[in-house]
Design a binder for this molecule. Structure first.
Ligand SMILES: [Ca+2]
Ligand SMILES: [Ca+2]
Length: 637
């Protein structure tokens, strides 16, 4: 299976069908059918999303409206629906449809001119189940009797207090005007007293294909932790937010189609104009073990995770439960790691802490397969007070990253109410830099940046330090510019005190404490012009440093020398981004050699170590799985 997947990946890259069915008959399997980017997708993309979504993107998104936002060409879908039993989901972002097909159907579909590729559906399982078995109400007790307990919050005071929520409620913030989409396993007892105030603006059950949501206690519990309100019993951080509810998770099974429903729900949330997505589901292995994700895939590349990252690029704060893979139901092969889509580059992956700020025994850890720190932050996730999901009045205590996640999403909603102009990066940046560091010093793979404190985050820009974001804009032919974080840039701070730090993988940097006064921030990284920025402590607004590539000619990169010989080898010259991944292919689309991270010189040997033949090769450069440059290379004797 891994071999087959590798081949299919190339089919996507070059639009060449190389993934042939091995036999004409056999059992059906789930596949994604990716269409050619032609047809009616030339219509204006603004029609595909709501006015609210359009405004959110204009304000906070880094990606302009583009062809990815257009519906899939209807005649393509009609033809497809005549050849398969059922189209399971359709994705406009990926211009694709997910279907179940026999090997002969797959082979037939793959031959159609409008089809770019047919790939097995990404595989995975596992809902993060509440892993904290709800306790009988009689056993509810305060996690720490020494905590203060303002009566309004009832038993839920501790979970809000630990992350700094009550002071913001005291300032009149409740998430009002912010739309949060909850993607979960269903929502039971929406007639509960804690939901009486709630403004549910939209609901869709993606499993049933119906506006009637399957009742499930998990989603109800998550929703109540986020936005429930019954004075004296439970108050969620974002009790004043509007919510949209989506069900994508099938509780009784772990099957691949759940990931497809999840992707569809994310696109739906975007089209509604959601500001925040919170999802306490995650996938790694399935009921059918032959379809499991491997740990190597935990690198942000799954379709599910790419959908999550695309939502962030469109201006949505995406908050994902990190997973409970160290819990009693954990899959040992997964080694306690986070599940997908918590591995996204831009999502906020949430781990769970106990009342004494230890890591919950089940809370999944990092890093991702490509070495990034996860989770990003932590929040209370054991003994969290929630509705019981079974009665119209009952409460219970639950445990799981499932319940830490909506606390962070609620905090994000409070930040967006206070700072409607903040982009997802700025929300992450404020939460990260004001988090209480736990465990190993600095960000780590158990607690991420630490326990969030939203009362500090809301005032992050006026605190006694400097925080900022380093980005660069990659221009691509015929495509919208891509704003990318620049990792490992050197940041020098000079003023009443001086310091040196570096940007992290998300482009974030920060330094504190610093004495008040004016500062000059200088940012340097190879391949880019040095940038300087003036700021003050206390800081009025986050620093945004946009780095320009040194090369100012139209061509960002070039292969030199070209033609290349065995003696010279070839180097990709230009503004080589630290995160750039460089690979060479033959003209048939077969991978010949992938360079190690940070390398830009190819000695013209294949992965096997043998010198390659004379001929034409294609060099492809990617950042975060997005192609940013492609060029041809001639190899001569
Ligand atoms: Ca499931
Ligand atoms: Ca730490």
């Amino acid at each position: 299976m891994p071999r087959r997947l590798a081949l299919c990946a190339l089919a996507v890259v070059f639009g060449v069908w190389v993934c042939r069915a091995e036999s004409a008959t056999g059992p059906k399997r789930a596949v994604w059918v990716f269409f050619q980017p032609i047809g009616d997708r030339a219509a204006h993309p603004k029609r595909a999303i709501s006015e609210r979504a359009y405004e959110r993107r204009a304000r906070r998104g880094s990606v302009a409206l583009n062809a990815d936002d257009l519906p899939v060409y209807q005649p393509y879908l009609e033809r497809l629906s005549r050849h398969v039993e059922r189209i399971r989901t359709v994705s406009r972002w990926f211009n694709a449809a997910s279907v179940e097909a026999t090997p002969s159907q797959e082979a037939e579909i793959a031959r159609w001119p409008e089809v770019r590729a047919v790939l097995p559906v990404s595989m995975g399982r596992r809902a993060l189940e509440p892993e904290g078995v709800p306790l009988p109400r009689a056993r509810i007790g305060r996690p720490d009797a020494a905590l203060p307990e303002p009566a309004a919050y009832g038993e839920s005071f501790w979970q809000d207090d630990r992350i700094g929520v009550p002071p913001l409620h005291g300032r009149g913030l409740s998430g009002a005007g912010v739309l949060v989409c909850v993607i979960d396993a269903g929502f039971a007892r929406l007639d509960h007293a804690a939901f009486a105030h709630l403004n549910v603006v939209a609901a869709w059950d993606f499993v049933a294909g119906s506006p009637v949501l399957v009742p499930d206690s998990h989603g109800a519990q998550v929703l109540s932790v986020l936005a429930g309100e019954e004075i004296g019993a439970l108050v969620g951080p974002a009790y004043g937010a509007e919510v949209a509810l989506a069900r994508t998770e099938i509780r009784e099974q772990e099957v691949r189609v759940e990931e497809d429903y999840w992707i569809a729900a994310v696109e739906w949330a975007d089209s509604l104009g959601a500001d925040v997505i919170t999802s306490s589901v995650g996938y790694n292995t399935f009921d059918d073990a032959t379809t499991n994700h491997t740990l190597a895939e935990l690198d942000g590349s799954s379709l599910l995770t790419r959908a999550a990252d695309r939502a962030v690029e469109r201006g949505i704060v995406v908050v994902i439960a990190g997973g409970n893979e160290r819990g009693p139901f954990a899959d040992l092969a997964w080694q306690g790691r986070i599940t997908m889509p918590a591995d996204g580059f831009h999502v906020l992956a949430v781990g769970a802490t106990t009342p004494d700020d230890s890591l919950a025994s089940f809370s999944s850890v990092g890093p991702t397969a490509d070495g990034r720190i996860k989770p990003d932050v932590v929040a209370p996730g054991t003994g969290v007070v929630a509705v019981d999901g079974m009665t119209a009045t009952g409460y219970t205590r639950v445990s799981g990253t499932s319940h830490a996640c909506p606390l962070v999403a609620g905090a994000a909603a409070l930040l967006l109410q206070a700072h409607p102009e903040w982009t997802p990066s700025e929300v992450v940046h404020a939460l990260a830099w004001t988090a209480k560091d736990l465990g190993a010093v600095g960000p780590d793979n158990e607690f991420g940046w630490g326990l969030i404190n939203v009362a500090s985050a809301v005032d992050a820009v006026t605190s006694s330090g400097l925080v900022g974001l380093v980005t660069t804009t990659l221009t691509r032919p015929l495509m919208a510019p891509l704003i990318m974080p620049v990792a490992r840039a050197r940041v020098e701070i000079a003023g009443p005190a001086s310091a040196v730090t570096a940007s992290d993988v998300r482009g974030l940097f920060g330094y504190h404490p610093l004495p008040p006064g004016p500062y000059t921030i200088t940012c340097r990284t190879p391949g880019y012009a040095t940038a300087t920025f003036q700021s003050n402590v206390p800081q009025q607004e986050p620093i945004r440093i946009e780095l320009a590539a040194k090369e100012d000619a139209g061509e960002r990169y070039r292969l030199t020398p070209n033609p290349a010989t065995r003696g010279s080898g070839v180097t990709l010259a230009g503004a080589v981004h630290p995160e750039l991944e460089i690979a060479f292919y033959d003209v048939a689309g077969n991978l010949v050699r992938k360079l190690a991270p940070g390398e830009s010189h190819w000695d013209l040997t294949a992965e096997s170590g043998h010198p390659v033949a004379a001929g034409v090769y294609i060099c492809r450069a990617e950042v975060s799985r997005v192609e940013v440059w492609r060029g041809k290379l001639a190899v001569v004797r």
